[in-house]
Design a protein around this ligand. Structure first.
Ligand SMILES: [Zn+2]
Length: 440
């Protein structure tokens, strides 16, 4: 979601003995005895659709074999938490990197690939649902990528296509900034920002169509409500919310109303099995009291940031997003963390409103300044979610859907729709090329 800096004390010290994998009971002829939450979690394919770790790779030279050092994801924690696949977020801060969106996008993409190249025994780069399952079977951590914010394509369909070619498999139409062709919930009330008339411009519609045609999942986290509904009218494939929670439980503009949750569940064509909402773990999107406390402390944090900017300006320097993050985090750390149950409440709410086939996990690890519910410090704590769901009566089958099965189903359907569209007569969308006389 935003830049990240290491500040919190190192959470991991002694190596932890890992539990042996619990065998899956599917081969038994008789009905298997009720499985333990730990057994269910260990035997599930767990997929998370949003981690901002690539910024750490590039800006902090963080390696996935390093200790967490205040972060939420590394190879050890992924292994402990049985995290099978992660969609690494390719997020370009829109003000600091103005004029260099594509460059920064490519550097972040490269950083994910460099991590895979450094850890070939533990990791595998994949870009398909089959790839995720293959990595799981061969006990490797699957690395995938999603772009967070349509500004990365710099108003160019060819750039979108090349990001797909590099392995990007979802794109969040906007981050907190509107980009000229799609509007963001982050600035929709700001009159000084130009917004579209209908939520998407004609170019924005072309982007969604081309994503459908390529087989790139359309991600509606962060977009304004109008952009959300406009996108759902035109998309041919089911959509995802890669990291969004429920607005009925916490009134954040980028959380989803019950009507939106139902709309995601019904997205795609008439034969679609529908999309999925991957719940964000950020305390400020989960707990209303936490959010209110964060708002109350914001003026003080803003003042401290402004002082830093003024000081840097006087010295002829520029403040980095990481330095700003460090200050904001120091203020947010003063607020007591909400209990883990608030996260389970959101999963439960979405399962009840949209259906258990339409909810999953989109942690926002390494993107929320460590502001996660109590007991949820890293990927190693993911089994606690399964345990809490089962304590509320969710079956092993339901848990497997929430942990990754639902996302895998949507990803497969997006691929199938792409094949259909590629077989249609409609020509691919090409930007107008400059006219060259000599080609006549
Ligand atoms: Zn985000």
């Amino acid at each position: 979601m935003r830049a990240f800096i290491l500040l919190a004390p190192v959470l991991l010290s002694a190596p932890v003995l890992l539990c042996a994998q619990t065998p899956v009971n599917t081969l038994h002829k008789t009905t298997p005895k009720s499985q333990s939450p730990e057994g269910v979690h260990r035997s599930s394919l767990v997929i998370d659709t949003h981690a901002d770790t690539p910024q750490r790779f590039v800006d902090e030279h963080f390696d996935l074999s390093d200790p967490l050092s205040g972060g939420n994801l590394n190879l050890e924690s992924a292994h402990e938490g049985n995290l099978g696949a992660e969609f690494f977020s390719i997020w370009v801060e829109p003000i600091f990197y103005k004029g260099q969106y594509a460059r920064r996008t490519l550097e972040l993409i490269d950083s994910v690939k460099q991590q895979v190249a450094k850890h070939p025994k533990e990791m595998m780069f994949v870009a398909t649902p089959d790839g995720i399952e293959y990595a799981h079977r061969t006990h490797k951590f699957a690395a995938l990528m999603g772009i967070e914010g349509g500004h990365s394509i710099e108003d160019s369909i060819p750039l979108l296509r090349q990001y797909y070619a590099l392995g990007v498999r979802y794109m969040t139409l906007t981050w907190s900034n509107s980009n000229g062709w799609a509007d963001s919930s982050g600035d929709i009330d700001d009159k000084s920002i130009p917004h579209t008339k209908e939520g998407l411009t004609e170019f924005g519609k072309d982007v969604v169509y081309e994503m459908n045609r390529l087989g790139m999942m359309v991600d509606i986290s962060h977009v304004s409500d109008r952009t959300f509904f406009r996108t759902l009218v035109i998309t041919r494939a089911p959509v995802i919310a890669s990291h969004s929670s429920a607005r009925a439980l916490c009134d954040a503009p980028r959380n989803m109303t019950d009507a939106m949750l139902v709309a995601v569940a019904n997205s795609g064509g008439p034969n679609s099995k529908g999309g999925v909402v991957q719940v964000n773990f950020f305390s400020g999107f989960l707990s209303q009291p936490y959010r209110d406390a964060l708002k109350a402390i914001q003026p003080k944090a803003d003042k401290a940031v402004q002082e830093l900017k003024d000081k840097a300006k006087a010295e002829g320097k520029e403040v980095t997003p990481g330095e700003i993050e460090k200050i904001q985090r120091s203020y947010a750390d003063q607020i007591p963390r909400p209990p883990l149950s608030v996260l389970i409440d959101h999963i439960d709410h979405i399962a009840k409103v949209a259906g258990v086939d339409h909810v999953g996990l989109g942690s926002d690890f390494d993107g929320v300044s460590g502001q996660l519910p109590e007991g949820l410090d890293s990927a190693a704590d993911l089994p606690k979610i399964t345990a809490a769901l089962m304590a509320r009566g969710y079956s092993a089958e339901d848990c497997r859907k929430i942990l990754g099965g639902n996302l895998l189903r949507v990803f497969r359907e997006v691929e199938a729709v792409a094949k259909e569209l590629q077989a249609e007569d409609r020509p691919r969308i090409t930007d107008k090329q400059p006219f060259n006389e000599w080609q006549k």
